[in-house]
Design a protein around this ligand. Sequence first.
Ligand SMILES: Nc1nc2c(ncn2[C@@H]2O[C@H](COP(=O)(O)OP(=O)(O)OP(=O)(O)O)[C@@H](O)[C@H]2O)c(=O)[nH]1
Ligand SMILES: Nc1nc2c(ncn2[C@@H]2O[C@H](COP(=O)(O)OP(=O)(O)OP(=O)(O)O)[C@@H](O)[C@H]2O)c(=O)[nH]1
Ligand SMILES: [Mg+2]
Ligand SMILES: [Mg+2]
Lengths: 287, 275
Amino acid sequence: VLTQKIQNIFDRIKRRGKLSEADIQEVLREIRITLLEADVNYKVVKDFLEKVKEKALQESVLKSISPSEQILKIIYEELTSMLGGEVKTDKGLPSVIMLIGLQGSGKTTTAGKLAVYYRKRQGRPLLVACDTRRPAAIQQLEVIGNSINVPVYKENTDPISIAVNAVKFAKEKVYMPVILDTSGRLHIDEDLMDELRKTYESVKPQEVFLVVDAMTGQDAVNIGESFAKVVPLTGIILTKMDGDARGGSALSMRAVTGVPIVFIGVGEKFDAIEPFYPDRIASRILG
Amino acid sequence: KRSFSNVSAEHLEELEIALLSADVGPKTTERLLEEVKTKWKLSPDERLSILLKNSITSLLPPSFNVIDRFLQGKWVILVIGVNGSGKTTTIGKLGKILRDRGKSVIFVAGDTFRAAAIEQLEIWGERVGIPVIKHREGADPGAVAFDGLKSAKARGIDIVIVDTAGRLHTKYNLMEELKKVKRVIEREREDYQLYTLLVIDATTGQNAINQARMFNESLNIDGIAITKLDGTAKGGVIISIASELKIPVVLVGVGEGVEDMQGFNSKEFVDALFW
Ligand SMILES: Nc1nc2c(ncn2[C@@H]2O[C@H](COP(=O)(O)OP(=O)(O)OP(=O)(O)O)[C@@H](O)[C@H]2O)c(=O)[nH]1
Ligand SMILES: Nc1nc2c(ncn2[C@@H]2O[C@H](COP(=O)(O)OP(=O)(O)OP(=O)(O)O)[C@@H](O)[C@H]2O)c(=O)[nH]1
Ligand SMILES: [Mg+2]
Ligand SMILES: [Mg+2]
């Protein structure tokens, strides 16, 4: 555990006497390993360590009687602020939400969770089955809609037309939010990324949430950057946080896209969604 | 005289970045680079990248063709792994390969939990001409496995591939459920051999090691299928998994289509880490 490792380093230093820049380097090395093991991207780790080093080399820390506490405080605060500072307050009901992301990240399940979440906040949600590719994807959303008593819009046409028609239908019948569940896609699949961009342009959803598996590794940076280039992301949803993945990909995503993490998924049931608390994730990343 | 530091510090950093960004993990990366430095002192004319590739390859179990193994005798293949890793899709692809090689295959719809999981497997069954044994959503997965085996034995089916619900390795009850499914299969399999296949998503980071450890502890994994290698993730975690648990990667998923599966080739895998 990082706190213990840093404490051990400082106990050894205390016996020697004064704290030096070399000691700080040793501490930075431990932090680096911890963050890499937590799946924070190596470039993001490098930037993070530079920020920490800058703060740690200030006189107040070097001359402090409890430098390990000071350093740990710097690390924790820097991590929390990079993850998004304070908790985002409720923005009210969006009219259209588009869920996007890699294959298997948890979009369809999250669509159901968001429907329940917004209905609790006086919404009248409509689920939209825009995944025309995956076997039984539409059925999956229908079974979900049925289990939570939320209507599902489906149509035998292409994903972009489904989205456009669903939004039109929602306007007529007064549904809000419209939750568009899209196909999982690779960020390097030009055709599918093009389809994504066209869907966005045709429907202009208020919220575009990138749904990311909490256990994502170094690739989080590529994923975040690529999706952010194609559509303007308004939020990231980190799923499967009920496991033991440390969630370093959250920091990577946030650092590289600047987009806030808005929710975390904490299970397979439709009430298993929570707001994102940066300080909790910071502790988790630090192990 | 060439010293290690002036020839290779920069090159070593490049190699470190390649390994870290491939999800090899900091400790395994450090071990590998230390080994390369040691080997280089003994053979300073050898290229660093070659030494590194050899070190990685020596951590991986020897390659073999798992498909050839499945063509001998009768098999039950139990497919497990965390949520969304690609189990159901992998089963579709694997079934097609075995059927094309002349084997009779059935699928067992052991995911009785997730919405439309059975329907998803049925569509794959239709695509590749393989019958699916199923119960209703909510049925006991052990009971479906039992029926699957009963049907296979009655019809003299060569290969039974059992799909299971995705589950996080940290969930005690779900891991117990899976152990029970395996016990049912062990009890009923007669002359069928059992192969337990863990499916891991290539975009997974260091958590894949926990997954492999926990699933292995509960169920004894015979092999790993790594999926979604058609993305930009390199799947470097399997090096740590191989070195710690000695479990081989046997199959690789490279897309969502029925043809998008290959046998694991360690040379190609190691080369791709450095592209
Ligand atoms: N434990 C857990 N499982 C989750 C969570 N979110 C989704 N899942 C599970 O992850 C698996 C994949 O979820 P889906 O909703 O089908 O993922 P998807 O992104 O729609 O997949 P594609 O449409 O194929 O890209 C399912 O087994 C879900 O039940 C979560 O927060 N925790
Ligand atoms: N690009 C790519 N996508 C894949 C690959 N294998 C599976 N997928 C996709 O990943 C998503 C999840 O696949 P599933 O087969 O449903 O995964 P699963 O493990 O059965 O999921 P659960 O049963 O919900 O736990 C689907 O969209 C698949 O098409 C692969 O090798 N490459
Ligand atoms: Mg989906
Ligand atoms: Mg499945």
